[in-house]
Ligand binder design. Structure first.
Ligand code: ADP
Ligand code: MG
Length: 326
């Protein structure tokens, strides 16, 4: 399978009066694991469906490998979409489900079985070739759906919230598998999610969308450590947005120190204490109704425990504060 750059140029989607995707621009190098991250309704699925060709672009262009694919049929683009398990044909065996698109292309039966078996091996489903979809667990059905998308040899695989139907344990296992598979194939995966932990764990590049626009894009560590706006700081998690006289800053929760009230830059009252294993999350209400959470290493917390209602101070090193665009 080849790698190819994917380029979105002023890509726009309107549904009547709703502007779902507002002139987004981004070039994604071939072979990248990209997570499109944002809250519900921000335009992620619309973007993905336009790239797949399941939705017309209202404006702008989609280039794959420098070829304008904006108006091509889905099968002619070099993209494939991994659908949720319900899209498996219930009356076809696993191997026939995966081979289906080859059958449509007129590939002979022995050859399509061979290629389907190869794809199923890739997703660790060799033992289930002749099962029917109803005889598979949810996770297994998803592997079949994955093999079925990959058999078209796409340059870009599109995945819309592929892990959301799985239980938390399976979700974490499947996400590691997706990452392994993408490395092995060397193609671009464009994975839509509203979970920041999923995006941080998987992506080479995170594209954060908010209200139809790209709010920030970059490697996970950059987006996490230097959020551009208060929206990104809040959405990516683990940060506090603090408004100071000279503008808003973000501070990672683990960069805050609990001190005696009065001696610190901020003083307030503890509102909640949550034991999280390695850390204790202490939330506190500061002047101006500012709710702040500090993550304190558990040993440090229990050497000077705090309880709800107690007055505390919160301080930080200047180098840990990160200025946000107002
Ligand atoms: P996300 O996947 O980020 O949740 P969507 O791309 O599904 O967001 O939706 C973006 C916006 O477009 C939302 O306001 C949604 O209600 C609207 N929308 C999505 N699909 C349609 C459609 N087929 N017809 C009309 N409005 C739509
Ligand atoms: Mg969606």
């Amino acid at each position: 399978m080849q790698t190819a750059d994917l380029e979105l140029v002023k890509l726009t989607k309107r549904y009547g009066d709703t502007l779902a995707v507002d002139a987004i621009d981004r070039r994604i190098p071939g072979g990248t694991y990209v997570c499109l991250l944002g809250p519900s309704g921000c335009g992620k699925s619309s973007t993905l469906r336009m790239i797949a060709g399941h939705e017309f672009a209202s404006d702008g262009a989609i280039l794959l490998d420098n070829r304008d694919v904006t108006h091509l049929a889905p099968a002619k683009r070099g993209t494939a979409m991994m659908f949720q398990n319900y899209a498996l044909f219930p009356h076809l065996s696993v191997v026939d489900n995966v081979a289906f698109s080859l059958k449509m292309k007129g590939v002979a039966a022995p050859e399509r079985r061979k290629q389907a078996a190869e794809m199923l091996e890739l997703v660790d489903m060799t033992a289930f070739l002749d099962r029917m979809p109803e005889q598979l667990s949810g996770g297994q059905q998803q592997r079949v759906a994955l093999a079925r998308a990959l058999i078209t040899r796409p340059q870009v695989l599109l995945l819309d919230e592929p892990l959301s139907a799985l239980d938390p344990f399976l979700r974490i296992r499947m996400r590691a598998e997706l990452r392994r598979l993408q490395r092995e194939l060397g193609i671009t995966f464009l994975h839509v999610t509203h979970g920041q932990d999923e995006a941080l764990a998987l992506a080479d590049e995170i594209i954060v969308m908010n209200a139809a626009k790209i709010e920030q894009a970059g490697p996970p560590r950059d987006v996490f450590n230097t959020p551009r706006t208060a929206f990104v700081a809040r959405f990516i998690g683990g940060h506090n947005v603090i408004t100071l006289p000279d503008g808003p800053i973000s501070l990672r929760s683990d960069a805050l120190r609990l001190t005696a009230p009065g001696s610190a830059r901020l003083s307030g009252k503890v509102t909640g204490v949550e034991f999280q294993g390695m850390h204790v999350a202490v939330s506190a209400l500061m002047p101006g109704d500012m709710e702040i959470t500090a993550l304190v290493p558990e040993a440090a917390f229990f050497s000077a425990p705090k309880a709800p209602g107690e007055a505390i101070g919160l301080d930080w090193a200047d180098s840990d504060a990160h200025r946000l665009e107002a």
